[in-house]
Design a protein. Structure first.
Lengths: 110, 111
């Protein structure tokens, strides 16, 4: 399958901004996603971006897409302890197949 | 509110047992998926189905089979469970839309 890579851990202080990065290899990606997984739960869609966009903002969340470098990032402004979770980057190709990264565990220190 | 449910949150089985994991969605979605989630490996696709009685292998189908007799239900079957199948299993569904909806997961331990 296609490769989607993320770093495994990120630790920030409450109130700071968090930036989670992701790289992918599939040039036929149609949509790219960020999912959040809280302990003991399934994945919940946070936000998504269509592959012909380069930025999307939704309240505290900003998604940046650099299609040339196949790089996606998620910025969380004013990070709160409730944002502590695992964040998955994912891409969907033209065949409705989804590829997920390994997940980045975000730890927010009070 | 959209809903994907999985039959068990936690399951403990013995090596060699036949295991059934059930997933039901109430959104009339055509597509359903089974993933396993392991630390550091993210989600890996086992099987998916794009219609009743249709199935496609994902990236790691070995040791698994699936059944989709009704549109709302997608079952994952471990014919003879092994310890390396201890994992979190996640079911998801979607339509032609952009998003997959996930169930809460089943944590399976094989001893």
């Amino acid at each position: 399958g296609e490769d989607v890579e993320q770093s495994l851990f990120l630790s920030v202080r409450e109130g700071d901004s968090s930036v989670i990065n992701c790289t992918y290899t599939d040039s036929s990606s149609t949509y790219l996603y960020w999912y959040k997984q809280e302990p003991g739960a399934g994945l919940q869609l946070l936000t998504y971006i269509f592959s012909n966009m380069d930025m999307k903002q939704d309240q505290r969340l900003t998604v940046l897409l650099n299609k040339k470098d196949k790089h996606l990032s998620l910025r969380i402004a004013d990070t709160q302890t409730g944002d502590s979770a695992i964040y998955f980057c994912a891409e969907k190709n033209n065949f409705n197949k989804f590829y997920f990264g390994s997940g980045t565990k975000l730890n927010v220190k009070p | 509110d959209v809903k994907v449910t999985q039959s068990s949150r936690y399951l403990v089985k013995r090596t060699g047992e036949k295991v059934f994991l059930e997933c039901v969605q109430d959104m009339d979605h055509e597509n359903m998926f089974w993933y396993r989630q392991d630390p550091g490996l993210g989600l890996r696709l086992i099987y998916f189905s794009y219609d009743v009685k249709m199935k496609e292998k994902g990236d790691i189908p070995e040791g698994y089979s699936v059944s989709r007799e009704k549109k709302e239900r997608f079952s994952l079957i471990l014919e003879s469970a092994s310890t390396n199948q201890t994992s979190m299993y996640l079911c998801a569904s979607n339509s032609r839309g952009y998003e997959q909806y996930f169930g809460p997961g089943t944590r399976l331990t094989v001893t």
